[in-house]
Write a protein that binds this ligand. Structure first.
Ligand code: PHB
Length: 390
């Protein structure tokens, strides 16, 4: 085609567009969603499940939230807190995202929350439990669709005390999530008269457990409480059984220990009791339809991370619907999410004043490839949000 002809056609198209009432109404600009998640390392599978869940809800809304077509921007944060500020600035400055979704690791999420607070960018945390995010760092533009580290730990403190355990050893990674999970556990366990006789740690994301398992065997506690997740949780559960401890010293944990990990843990996880805001056998109509849709879309079973990603999208949808897609209307956005009931597969939840889910914490037991619900360990558990002034 020669140049004249091409120019003529281009002019004709432009004219038609100008004249057509159909294209007159400007489409709303795309909603830029920045996913800052781990796609490598010990939490890689968690990042993928969160993204899958988020995308599933968006797809169910026809690809739009608040009337705007959703466009994704992604950064692999490598669960590395030292890179968090640079990574979040890539999304804010380079990609000019409207909303940040992230992350899994508590240290990374605190880095994100600081930037979100300073810049006023909307942030929804789809996993990381850092107590500070809905504590001292709380802000009108910061929300969490998951949990605080305190929540599953506190619920398990009550469960283990009720089981009659008196002397417990804790073991976890030395970073915010491990420390806070153990602190929540201790708060409830000690209140009920229990004693923590030893607190064992190793650096994140280390998996050299042998020397620590020897210490557990020597300490002879009634039971062990632990926080591990992802690839590290797989290895810990296998090593605990491999060291012969599973038969003699019952192992308990925050439910991340056995969530999204059961295929890899196999029989070594069988029978373990954990506390979490989700389980595989809730069998409510809401959860069943979610699980079916997720399995169909991804040829995978969903886990707690998939649910949290899905619910981050649901919270965003609720807020955006109230402001008709205008993320600049921050007070109205926050007000809408604050009064919403989020129709989660885990069971409907509301958010606290600090923007953390108020939710039931289930007691679950591993049976085969499932975290079966045994009951509710703690009903409508609210994080104390210590230090949040909002
Ligand atoms: C966290 O760092 O807050 C964290 C990471 C993985 C989990 C749960 C919490 O599964």
């Amino acid at each position: 085609m020669n140049t004249t002809r091409r120019t003529l056609i281009a002019s004709a198209v432009a004219l038609a567009a100008f004249a057509s009432p159909l294209v007159h109404a400007q489409a709303a600009p795309k909603l830029k969603v920045g996913l800052m998640l781990p796609y490598t390392g010990t939490f890689a599978a968690l990042g993928t499940a969160i993204e899958n869940g988020f995308r599933l809800h968006v797809a169910e809304q026809g690809g739009k939230l608040g009337g705007r077509e959703v466009e994704f921007f992604k950064v692999d944060d490598e669960s590395d807190p030292s890179k968090a500020t640079d990574n979040v600035n890539k999304l804010i400055k380079r990609d000019a995202v409207d909303v940040l979704i992230g992350s899994v690791h508590s240290g990374v999420a605190m880095g994100m929350a600081k930037v979100a607070k300073d810049t006023g960018t909307l942030l929804i945390v789809p996993n990381a439990g850092a107590d500070a995010v809905t504590g001292p760092m709380c802000a009108p533009n910061i929300f969490r669709s998951s949990f605080s580290n305190w929540q599953p730990g506190y619920a398990m403190g009550e469960v283990m005390a009720k089981k009659g355990h008196k002397k417990v050893v804790t073991i976890t990674w030395k970073y915010a999530a491990g420390d806070e999970s153990v602190r929540g556990f201790k708060e409830a366990f000690q209140k009920a008269g229990g004693e923590v006789i030893k607190e064992l740690n190793l650096p994140f994301p280390g998996v050299e457990f042998q020397a620590l398992l020897t210490e557990i065997a020597a300490a002879k506690p009634d039971a062990v409480y632990t926080f591990f997740a992802g690839g590290g949780a797989v290895k810990f559960v296998k090593d605990y059984a491999g060291a012969g401890l599973k038969k003699s010293i019952p192992l308990y944990g925050a439910g991340f220990l056995t969530d999204g990990t059961l295929d890899a843990q196999g029989a070594d996880a069988d029978g373990l009791l954990t506390t979490l805001h989700y389980a595989d056998s809730l069998a409510t109509p809401r959860d069943s339809s979610f699980r079916l849709a997720y399995a169909k879309a991804y040829k995978l079973q969903p886990d707690v991370y998939a649910v949290q990603g899905y619910d981050a999208a649901q919270m965003l949808a609720v807020g955006l619907a109230a402001v008709k897609g205008d993320v600049g209307k921050k007070a109205e956005f926050a007000a809408a999410v604050e009064k919403a009931k989020i129709d989660s597969p885990r069971g409907a939840f509301t958010v606290s004043k600090a923007h953390n889910p108020v939710q039931d914490i289930y007691l679950r037991q591993v049976v085969g490839k499932e975290n079966k619900t045994i009951g509710v360990a703690s009903k409508a558990l609210t994080d104390p949000a210590r230090g949040c002034k909002m």
